[in-house]
Design a protein around this ligand. Structure first.
Ligand SMILES: C[S@@+](CC[C@H](N)C(=O)[O-])C[C@H]1O[C@@H](n2cnc3c(N)ncnc32)[C@H](O)[C@@H]1O
Length: 339
């Protein structure tokens, strides 16, 4: 397949990534980072597969991923959950995908991450805002699989600032003691390492509204890709799991966010996308040179915001009405629907 577009470090390929991967040598890719079409109950306009067919649809891609990844390599998949049509329960498809990749194809689950999108709207409205029997679905799974139990990785590439509480401990000192959980916290805990190890919860809003990409699409009359992930996602995994100059592949590239990040981080990259119109928009990402000196996108996107997770009982006042005995089966509409 001839590249549609080339940059200093990468290329965009228009076509079916299954065919493209068949042309690659075994063990030639260091990292696959991607967001495939999710298994949806209602089809989106880029050909999502229904959740009950999803695992079978994915399997041939999984086999190719296994073949082309180096033994040190990783496969990172951002995937959202889905609701079963007509009832307030969830599909298991993304868990089934993980089980298939590990049990049938031989991948290891290196770690699961959760991407919390604080700007996610409450949906499906019927269960969340009308009957009030479920909460907002604001988290995507990000599965990190590896070919062996020991993929290349270092969390030192993705450290974060210390929390205020930790800064206080570092300043005022910490008395080593046994925690109620039984953990023996040694005095090493109070060493100042300069930064903290991040958790596997990534808090990034998906609220891009004025990026160069969006302005490029508008100027050229192109519809922006409807399911983009924020650059912070591929950036985190590229930094943590690959080195400069290594080969990165996004087989479901959409608007080529992965390519833009890889270009900036000076990794070699290939983005494969089957829809021409998405690639036309993606070209805007590479219209200007993506300079390595540029501020890391991770920081510019999060703009220094710290998301605080409140204690689950923060607003609990001890008063409670009995729960609906039917689990919300009967639709009860309230006079007012507080947000
Ligand atoms: C969830 S979107 C990816 C969005 C991307 N991460 C971004 O931020 O722009 C999935 C993409 O995979 C593409 N796709 C689906 N099947 C494909 C295939 N066999 N080969 C190449 N692309 C495919 C779809 O057209 C869609 O654009």
């Amino acid at each position: 397949m001839t590249p549609y577009h080339r940059t200093k470090f990468g290329r965009i390929v228009l076509g079916d990534s299954l065919e493209y991967m068949a042309s690659l040598k075994a063990k030639s890719v260091d990292l696959i980072v991607t967001s495939p079409p999710f298994g949806l109950v209602r089809k989106k306009d880029y050909g999502n597969v229904e959740s009950h067919e999803y695992v079978e649809w994915f399997k041939p891609f999984g086999r190719e991923f296994w073949r082309i990844l180096k033994p040190t390599g990783s496969l990172v998949i951002d995937i959202g959950g889905a609701w079963i049509p007509g009832q307030p329960t969830r599909s298991l498809y993304h868990f089934e995908l993980a089980v298939m990749l590990c049990r049938e194809l031989g991948f290891y689950l290196a770690q699961e991450f959760y991407w919390w999108n604080p700007s996610k709207l409450p949906s499906p409205a019927e269960w969340v805002t009308v009957r009030r029997i479920r909460v907002k679905d604001a988290v995507n799974m990000i599965w990190w699989f590896s070919v062996t139990p020991w993929p290349k990785a270092s969390n030192t590439r993705v450290l974060v600032p210390y929390s205020d509480a930790m800064k206080g401990l570092l300043k005022n000192g910490y008395r080593a003691k046994l925690r109620p959980s039984g953990h023996d916290i040694s005095d090493k805990f109070s060493w100042d390492n300069g930064a903290a190890i991040p958790p596997n919860l990534i808090a990034v809003p998906n609220t891009e509204s004025n990026s160069y990409y969006l302005r490029y699409c508008e100027k050229h009359g192109l519809k922006p890709h409807p399911a983009r992930f924020p650059a912070a996602i591929p950036e985190l995994f590229m930094r943590m799991l690959s080195d400069t100059g290594e080969n990165i592949l996004d087989p479901f590239a959409g608007s080529c966010v992965t390519g833009e990040v890889a270009e900036r981080l000076r990794r070699k990259w290939t983005c494969v996308e089957m829809r021409d119109e998405y690639i036309q928009g993606a070209l805007g990402r590479f219209e200007r040179p993506v300079e390595p000196e540029q501020e890391p996108m991770f920081e510019s996107i999060s703009e220094g915001t710290t998301y605080k997770l409140h204690h689950p009982g923060a607003l609990w006042n001890g008063r409670e009405k009995p729960l609906p005995f039917d689990g919300g089966k009967k639709r009860r509409i309230r006079a007012s629907n507080p947000a």
